[in-house]
Design a protein. Sequence first.
Length: 129
Amino acid sequence: MTAAAIDDMISQKVDGILVDAASESALSPVLEEAAKQGIVVVDFDHAVTAPSAYKVGVDFVKFGGIMGQWMADTLKGKGDIIMNRGVPASRATRPNTPAQPRSWPNIPTSTSSPKSMANGTTAFRRPRS
């Protein structure tokens, strides 16, 4: 979502805007303007810095533990897992934010764990035409 798209929504006098921003601060000015116009702004999965935005977050450690447990149960101790945590700017990949790989050791020992795992981030790029 771009600032121009949000400006367009403001001019249309929408009731609310849901944001999953790629940057914490880039959209803050336009999101603050939306809030001043009485539009409810909800940010999920990234925590923008706009103070007026409601923030819906994820407990990445708990989420990762549930996901890891499901994979361990499904694979029954066989196979390898490669985890792509998304783009480097996302909350799940920042060093000061608990991310999924840190929760893998929380998988109960009574369950066979995957024998190896690699993880990293990816730069998603759309092909230009």
